[in-house]
Write a protein that binds this ligand. Structure first.
Ligand SMILES: O=C(O)CCC(=O)C(=O)O
Length: 266
C-alpha cells in the first residue's frame, strides 16, 4: 500500500497565478508533483509489462502516424507505443489520483466532483528509440464525445522529456479559439500546410519535464510531438478527467467504459 501522505515540500494546491495561467494558456506544469516512490513504482511496472508485452497494447504500426512502420509485420511494426488500460496494470496508476496535492488541483480546475473516464488516455505512453512516429497537431477532444468540451488531461513524466526524445509541444491559448473544420485534415489533425495554421503553430512551446513533473492540459489545447531521436525510451502515464456536469454522450465510445469517481471536495 502506498503512503500517500503529502511530503512537507509539496505545495498543496495551485496558486491563483497558476490557475490564471491554465485558463489563459490551456496548460500548466507542476514540477515534482508526484513523489519519487510513486514514480519508481509506475516506472518499474511499466518496464516489466513492456518487457512481457502485457496487453492490451497499441503498436506503432497501429497508430498510422507519420514515420510508423506500415504494418504489424513490417520491421518495428510490433514496437509498443502505448500500454493501454493503465488503471488495470497496478493500483499505483489509480492511487496517485487521490494524492491530496493532485486531487485538490483537479478540483481547482474542474470543481468539487471529478471523474476519470477509463475510455480515454488511461495509458502509459512509450516512445521507443528505434521505431517511433510523429504525433501531428491535434486537440484531444477530437475523437471524444461529451456534452461540453471541458476535460483536463494529466501527463505524468516517468523520466526526462526533452525536445530530442519527443516531448509534448503545445500552442498556448489555442483552447480558446474556434477553428473552421477546413483547418483540420480528414483524421482531424490540424493542418501544418496552411499558412493560417502555420502562424499559430509558430507560437508553440516545448514542454520539457523531469520524472515526477506533471503537465495539466485542456482537451482543446493543440499539441503534438516528434518521434524519439535518442537511444532511450521515453515513458509517461496519461489520464483525463471531467467535471461533474460534463457527461459522455450515450451510445458513443466515451460512454462505453466505466469511470472512476474521485472523492468529493467538502
Ligand atoms: O507523445 C506523443 O507522441 C503525444 C501523444 C498525444 O498527444 C496523444 O496521445 O494525444
Amino acid at each position: 500500500m502506498l503512503d500517500l501522505l503529502v511530503p512537507p515540500s509539496a505545495s498543496p494546491q495551485f496558486s491563483d497565478d497558476q490557475i490564471a495561467s491554465f485558463r489563459e494558456s490551456g496548460y500548466v506544469v507542476v514540477r515534482g508533483l508526484i513523489p519519487p516512490e510513486i514514480i519508481d513504482e509506475m516506472r518499474s511496472l511499466t518496464l516489466r509489462q513492456l518487457a512481457d508485452e502485457q496487453g492490451p497494447v497499441e503498436y506503432e504500426a497501429q497508430t498510422r502516424y507519420p514515420g510508423a512502420p506500415d504494418s504489424l509485420d513490417a520491421e518495428g511494426g510490433r514496437t509498443i507505443r502505448r500500454l493501454l488500460q493503465a488503471h488495470s496494470r497496478g493500483y499505483v496508476f489509480t492511487a496517485w489520483m487521490t494524492f491530496p496535492p493532485v486531487l485538490k488541483r483537479l478540483q481547482q480546475l474542474l470543481g468539487p466532483e471529478v471523474a476519470c473516464p477509463l475510455a480515454h488516455h488511461n495509458c502509459i505512453m512509450a516512445k521507443q528509440p528505434r521505431f517511433s512516429s510523429e504525433t501531428g497537431w491535434h486537440q484531444d477532444i477530437r475523437y471524444w464525445s461529451f456534452n461540453r468540451p471541458e476535460l483536463v488531461s494529466v501527463w505524468i513524466a516517468l523520466g526526462q522529456e526533452r525536445v530530442d526524445n519527443g516531448c509534448l509541444q503545445v500552442v498556448p491559448g489555442s483552447h480558446r479559439q474556434k477553428y473552421d473544420r477546413s483547418r483540420f485534415d480528414d483524421a482531424l489533425f490540424f493542418r501544418p500546410d496552411l499558412p493560417q495554421n502555420q502562424e499559430l503553430l509558430a507560437t508553440r512551446q516545448f514542454v520539457e519535464l523531469e520524472a515526477g513533473d506533471v503537465l495539466f492540459f485542456h482537451c482543446l489545447t493543440l499539441h503534438a510531438a516528434t518521434r524519439n531521436y535518442t537511444d532511450e525510451t521515453k515513458y509517461a502515464a496519461v489520464f483525463t478527467f471531467r467535471a461533474g456536469d460534463v457527461h459522455p454522450l450515450p451510445g458513443t465510445r466515451s460512454s462505453a467504459s466505466p469511470e472512476i469517481l474521485l472523492p468529493r471536495a467538502l
